[in-house]
Design a protein around this ligand. Structure first.
Ligand SMILES: [Mg+2]
Length: 130
């Protein structure tokens, strides 16, 4: 089963690295969409059905945290898992993110192994339910 993925980061380089890392991790990707901030991400989410969102925290216009809040408040979007990818990794921050409903947290820089285990953890169960 191929997953449709949205990668949200204000750095085009990081978005490219996520794309490459998903490939290296052997994750079967269907569509991959990119957004430069939370608002662009909401626009993409309004137009496409996505299985998983990777989101940075610090971005102009709309941060990853506001994106998570907006998704949580939406009946449909709240079912789409979000993995936060950030350099901000204090345990307090990670606890706050979990409380907001974030599915997983990945610290930059990340490896294909980390990405694979996170995707399996977040989406693995769904694959068998289908
Ligand atoms: Mg950033």
């Amino acid at each position: 089963m191929a997953y449709n993925i949205l990668s949200v980061d204000d750095s085009q380089t990081v978005r490219a690295v996520i794309r490459k890392t998903l490939d290296l991790a052997g994750i079967e990707v269907g569509e991959i969409h990119e957004a430069g901030n939370g608002q662009e991400a909401l626009d993409v989410l309004g137009k496409h059905w996505l299985d998983l969102v990777f989101a940075d925290i610090n971005m102009p216009v709309m941060t990853g945290l506001e994106l998570v809040d907006r998704m949580s408040a939406d009946g449909l979007l709240k079912t789409v898992p979000v993995v936060i990818v950030s350099t901000e990794g204090s345990s307090t921050r990670v606890e706050q993110l979990k409380a907001k409903g974030v599915s997983a947290y990945v610290r930059k820089p990340f490896t294909p192994e980390i990405i694979r285990s996170v995707v399996e953890e977040v989406l693995g169960g769904r694959q068998h339910e289908a």
